[in-house]
Design a protein around this ligand. Sequence first.
Ligand code: IMP
Length: 424
Amino acid sequence: MAVDLLLGLQWGDEGKGKIVDVLTSKYDIIARFQGGPNAGHTLVFNGKKHVLHTIPSGIFHDETVNLVGNGVVIDPVIFKKELDKLDEQNVDYKSSLLISRKAHIILPTHRLLDAASEASKGKAKIGSTLKGIGPTYMDKTGRNGIRVGDIELDGWEKKYRALAKKHEAMIAFYNVDVQYDLEELETEFFEAIETLKSLTFIDSEDYLHKAQKSEKSILAEGAQGSLLDIDFGTYPFVTSSNTTAAGACTGLGIAPNKIGEVYGIFKAYTTRVGSGPFPTELFDEVGETMGRVGHEFGATTGRARRCGWLDLVALKYACAVNGVTQLIMMKGDVLSGFNTLKVCTSYNYKGETISHLPYNIESENVTPIYTELKGWKEDLTSMTEASQMPKELNDYIAFLEKELEIPITVVSVGPDRKQTIVRK
Ligand code: IMP
């Protein structure tokens, strides 16, 4: 059976966690394929909010297997905290949570290196979540990393020690003020490693190949968004993994011809957290309202997110890179009350009108060109049927579908599982 993908199409925080949770009842296996604790997937049900960082968003469904794939980077300390939260809620994950032996481990010194690297950049900093993601992927591609499978082997601590020592020298080389007590960090780390060891480690690509053969349904859950992709995002202001469809192939061992539906998820407007270009960013009352009504604060770092109008140039690009087959529009409710809504349909790029995403989208080169649409007044948050949606919202959706040439099959009108309208 083909593997379906769910991918963020903007700069992350689109609401992937909620939608994976909503879709999970259709799937036997939910698999994360990249990123790590830089992600914050928020799920709301039964009046309670749950935030997951590394654990797949299907974990609250008893029947579903949740796999952390080889492309993910795991911080055992944060992972343990996530497990503790699940324990508090009596979620039985022991048999349903599987970890790839090929997933890489974030060491305490990776986090310190992240901090040192960012501090050394000054104003040019990436705005990283400082979870050690970049340094861990650097060690992966540099062939120095420690993988989950290593901690099952005798003597892996020797490898750990050599790598941590090298990291300490690198931190010193940055010559910035990063204070730390490695002994303390290591106590916590090795304790968390023991917790990690109590879980089931598998050869996940083999597991998934067998699952596909036996007709199991699989959903690959993306983290971050397409515009943060290491290759296709707004480099260098990106994360360190492939957040796009191809990342699901390498991050799980799925062949490209085994991919089925590609759900692309986007907000009805745009947000970005951290540094980097953002052509439709608003610095006025409208942007401030979006942030306030949409509770636009990072689930991992608590940082305020930058807000702006929907950018169809960037969205079209993301749809093309991912081969999106269905669109899911989030946070439609946040746009209620605006008289006019703007959608960026092309850019003025150095004096020329263009409709593709150019190499450099810094504000000195790019000015967005907008189409204006009529807004709606109605509160959408208690709507559950497409027939209840106001005309102006239907017009907004129809405009986007025409521009993107992909159907919008789901509209989310609030954080709760129940606030989800299926259109087709
Ligand atoms: P890093 O992946 O933590 O190094 O962060 C690199 C960039 O990606 C920064 O701009 C972060 O704010 C952004 N980023 C990383 N993870 C997420 C996420 O889950 N949502 C939104 N932005 C993210």
